[in-house]
Design a protein around this ligand. Structure first.
Ligand code: HEM
Length: 538
């Protein structure tokens, strides 16, 4: 590109052409000067001391010294792929988002991950899996940053540092790597019983997927969709894999993890390489946007709850196909920056207090991880829509901005109207009524039932899935040193189900406690069991 042309961020690039890595026939230094030797330091004689004036040696080693960036504070280990999302148009009645219109095709980048392990940990551990999708829509980037489980450990983001501190390796010995089988994890989840539901999902077969291609994905929170006429609908997002939902059994995971710690990463890359493109249908459960924001008695703002599919069927709205592997892990998989606040017109948030904290956290962490505020200019993060913002300067600023007046309105640069309204396709927050309230630090009463949904999950399992869950609790709690933690965990299990508690207690060689609550009166939800699950029926 020549002088004054626009970069993909929509900003002027100035005179210099974009520097492509490894272009040109000759090896050069970072300034483009040709090198004749990069294998020998400059020395005073072949066996003499290396000279300080060897600027090529210094540049080469200096750059190498700074190759590593901090890994993600969570979800450090991941694998990703490019693809396309094709909309069926079935969501057009409830959302004006252009990428949900009939026939719209949108490029996407999807990153799967484990949560607790560091960048070099094994794929096959028992853990939640991340399922984060970046939609490069014509109206800006939309990120759906979800997991392979529909519920979360905590209801309020203020506890996120605490649950992660508890789940990461013990600070004294830095063990265990990448799994939850240790005292602090179980201490936390038994003292904060809102974590019971997510923990049960973790101990189920969902905690060890067979393949990223065979996992469901969930947006977890309730979102608010906005239609062209301004009407709103509350929704939960679901990804349903065309290959069905499958897991490794414990013994398979141990062998696969030993033989190939990159089991899931390799599986994804090999499948795409072979043309066996993985596919998922995106679906939504819809709920009326009432002032209470509840559905059939379930608080839609409580991220430890799901809505059973019998009560609100998942309606397919589009198809995701992953069809291209990244060509450079660092540039794409490592540098991609997802954020739940990347929204487009037609998709809005709700008052879920977990979501509120996430809206802060992702941008914040990326300032450290990607060294400054300009990471949206990295190629993998660039919107495919034109960018004309008033953000300027900062570390790693790639654009050479034109004009002198980065403020609106101005009378010097001209051209850009002060503010564009909804009629021009701008993002306008839904004018939701905020109830009159007193400022408090407390949870609502509707967040206090921590056992009904775990019991529903347990009752929905087949016999073989129950055996796996009993085995998982027994193994994980067996790794704890503290007797009091194990006993408290058994108390939690007693409040889910007597048989579950008795079997795990037997495995641990401890007495099974009596429940402290009457068993919740809930019906099984067949969609929660993996047995025979596949989607959709073709
Ligand atoms: C990263 C999902 C809750 C903070 C991630 C990633 C996923 C994810 C999938 C990896 C993104 C990638 O592949 O790059 C979720 C889900 C949550 C949740 C589904 C609950 C419903 C939270 C909360 C916080 C948080 C409550 C903080 C208050 C982070 C941070 C990262 C992260 C700091 C690293 C981001 C980066 O370095 O780019 N999360 N998360 N998450 N999450 Fe969450």
């Amino acid at each position: 590109s020549g002088p004054g042309t626009m970069s993909p961020t929509g900003q002027a690039t100035g005179a210099a052409p974009a520097r492509m890595a490894q272009s040109g026939a000759h090896l050069t230094n970072a300034q483009g000067t040709r090198l004749h030797d990069t294998d020998h330091s400059l020395k005073a004689g072949p066996r003499g001391p290396v000279l300080l004036q060897d600027h090529h040696l210094r540049e080469k080693v200096m750059h190498f010294d700074h190759e590593r960036i901090p890994e993600r504070v969570v979800h450090a280990r991941g694998a990703a792929a490019h693809g396309v999302f094709k909309s069926y148009g079935t969501a057009a009645a409830v959302s004006k988002a252009a990428f949900l219109a009939a026939g719209a095709e949108t490029p996407v980048f999807v990153r799967f991950s484990t949560v607790l392990g560091s960048r070099g940990s094994a794929d096959t551990v028992r853990d939640t899996r991340g399922f984060a999708t970046k939609f490069y829509t014509d109206e800006g980037v939309f990120d759906l940053v979800g997991n392979n489980m529909p519920v979360f450990f905590i209801q309020d983001a203020i506890k996120f540092p605490d649950i992660i501190h508890a789940g990461k390796p013990h600070p004294d010995r830095e063990i265990p790597q990448a799994q939850s089988a240790h005292d602090t994890f179980w201490d936390f989840v038994t003292l904060h019983t809102e974590a019971t539901h997510h923990t049960l999902w973790n101990m189920s077969d969902r905690g060890i997927p067979r393949s990223y291609r065979m996992m469901e994905g969930f947006g977890v929170h309730t979102f608010r969709l906005v239609a062209a006429d301004g009407s709103t609908t509350l929704v939960k997002f679901h990804w349903k894999p065309k290959l069905g939902v499958h897991s490794l059994v414990w013994e398979e995971a141990q062998i696969a993890g030993g033989v190939d710690p990159d089991f899931h990463r390799r599986d994804l890359a090999d499948a795409i390489e072979a043309g066996a493109y993985p596919e998922w249908e995106l679906g939504i459960q819809t709920f009326p946007d009432t002032p209470e924001q509840t559905f059939e008695g379930i608080d839609l703002l409580d991220a430890t709850n799901l809505v059973p599919e019998e009560l609100a069927p998942v309606q397919p709205i589009g198809l995701l196909t992953l069809n291209r592997n990244p060509s450079n892990y660092f540039a794409e998989t490592e540098q991609v920056a997802f954020h739940v606040g990347h929204l487009v017109p037609g998709i809005d948030i709700t008052d879920d207090p977990l979501l509120a904290g996430r809206l802060f956290s992702y941008l914040d962490t990326q300032i450290t991880r990607l060294a400054g505020p300009n990471f949206s200019q990295l190629p993998i993060n660039r919107p495919h829509a034109p960018v004309n913002d008033m953000l300027r300067d900062g570390f790693h600023q790639d654009a050479v901005h034109r004009g002198v007046a980065p403020y609106r309105p101005n009378s010097l640069d001209g051209g850009c109207p002060f503010l564009a309204g909804a009629d021009t396709g701008a993002y306008v927050e839904t004018p939701v009524r905020v109830p009159e309230a007193t400022k408090v630090r407390e949870a609502p009463e509707s967040f206090s039932d921590h056992f009904s949904q775990p019991r529903r999950f347990w009752l929905s399992m087949s016999a073989v899935e129950r055996e796996h869950i009993i085995g998982a609790y027994t193994f994980e709690l067996g790794k704890c040193y503290e007797q009091a933690v194990k006993e408290r965990a058994l108390q939690v299990l007693a409040n889910i189900d007597g048989e579950l508690c008795a079997r795990v207690a037997e495995g641990l060689g401890l007495p099974a406690p009596e429940p402290t609550l009457p068993p919740a009166d809930v019906a099984p939800s067949p969609a929660l069991s993996q047995v025979g699950q596949s989607w959709p029926t073709d």
